[in-house]
Design a protein. Structure first.
Length: 396
């Protein structure tokens, strides 16, 4: 006699409540040949140092194959951690190898922090707009994600103080240098004020810096993590994805000792460790090659691509549109006049073989439907000009 099968148990509430990445969804639609894609935050593949990375892998596999193919410690390979600590120290934040762990991309670092700091129902403060994968990571951990008001210089410290006093959040998350999605950079005077609020109010401050080395104009601004006011409560995230190759999936997390231990335990549960061979190859690359010279070449090319985008935007977007002018990084943020709906216009853009990201996914509160993000690094200046000609045909 056959027995009717019962339905399996439902998904966890957090899995059912958190949607996928709208950027990933757009990329799956516009991946066909001929589309000029301003949507993805994809580094330019023709600028990768493929020969240098390949040589590093060959040397590691030739010299230490058993070690390269073996399990490693959760914290990360000592050679890579030492190299990362040295690079961080040179850039103004004294760091030892034991102050950081290697992660599988800086996205994993966000997940580890969410697991280590956030209990369901806790409040997390973010920028408005905010890197959408951070919103996902904190929401998946059960956090209430709240955006703090700001302006063209980033989050307003007075508002951060007010929100912290009222909501008693666990942390404030920020991309203060060449922010995703706006491209803006928080100036030093405001970084000092944000650090002072975090110290006075007892707040963790998470500083995500995947783009900071990609500066092609202006002077470098010190990390918030390097400021004395909140040195005991800052977390710094970094990544090789934008300066070496995203396919390596190599990031790192620098934090005070107790939080670093908690993140290490969370990483043990997630993946034991980041792939050994990738870590050793990156360490060999840093030892044998000049990564800083490579980054300067990449940044110079990205600067030309930004200029091509900015030069063409007046003819590609409706009259009255305003946009940011980033000094580095990968993104320009635009706001069209009231009444335009960039999400509603996206199908027309795809029909014209061009794509962008509507601004709505970057908000954890009421979105501005007239906003959009454009990535300027993936295509050459000539391709950018063609893409903008197509984009001009989208708006009624």
């Amino acid at each position: 006699m056959s027995v009717a099968a019962a339905a399996p148990p439902p998904l966890a509430a957090r899995a059912a409540a958190v949607g996928g990445s709208p950027v990933r969804d757009i990329l799956s639609v516009v991946g066909r040949p001929g589309v000029i894609n301003f949507a993805g935050g994809l580094p330019a593949p023709e600028l990768f140092d493929g020969a240098g990375v390949a040589a590093a892998f060959r040397d590691v596999l030739a010299d230490t194959p058993a070690r390269a193919l073996q399990y490693a410690t959760t914290e990360g390979e000592p050679a890579l951690r030492s190299a990362l600590a040295e690079r961080t120290t040179v850039r103004g934040l004294p760091t030892g190898a034991d102050d950081l762990i290697v992660t599988t991309g800086s996205q994993q670092a966000l997940s580890l922090l969410a697991q280590s700091l956030v209990d369901p129902g806790d409040t997390v403060l973010v920028e408005r707009p905010c890197y959408l994968a951070a919103i996902q990571a904190f929401t998946f951990a059960g956090a209430r994600v709240v955006a703090v008001p700001g302006d063209e210089e980033g989050v307003d410290p007075v508002e951060l103080d007010r929100y912290t006093a009222r909501l008693r959040p666990k942390l404030f998350y920020s991309v203060p240098t060449f922010q995703n999605p706006t491209g803006r950079t928080v100036p030093l005077h405001r970084r000092l004020a944000l650090a002072e609020v975090a110290a006075r109010r007892g707040l963790w401050l998470v500083e995500d810096d995947p783009y900071g080395e990609l500066r092609f104009e202006g002077e470098r601004v010190p990390w918030i993590s390097a400021l004395d006011a909140a040195a005991d409560r800052t977390v710094l995230l970094g990544s090789f994805s934008k300066v070496m190759a995203p396919g390596l999936r190599l990031g790192w997390l620098r934090a005070p000792a107790a939080l670093l231990r908690a993140c290490t335990v969370a990483k043990q549960a997630a993946d034991l460790h980041t792939p050994t061979v990738n870590q050793l190859a990156a360490a060999r690359y840093l030892a044998d090659r000049d990564l800083d010279a490579h980054v300067r070449r990449v940044a110079a090319a990205y600067g030309q691509r930004r200029d091509a985008l900015l030069d063409g935007l007046p003819g590609a977007l409706p009259e009255g549109t305003v946009w940011t002018r980033p000094e580095g990084g990968m993104f320009v943020w635009a706001r069209l006049p009231e009444g335009y709906d960039t999400a509603g216009a996206l199908p027309r853009a795809v029909a014209h073989d061009v794509a962008y990201v509507p601004g709505a996914p970057f908000h954890c509160d009421a979105p501005d439907p007239s906003t959009l993000r454009l990535c300027f690094v993936t295509h050459t200046p000539d391709e950018i000009r063609v893409g903008l000609e197509r984009l001009a045909r989208v708006w009624p």
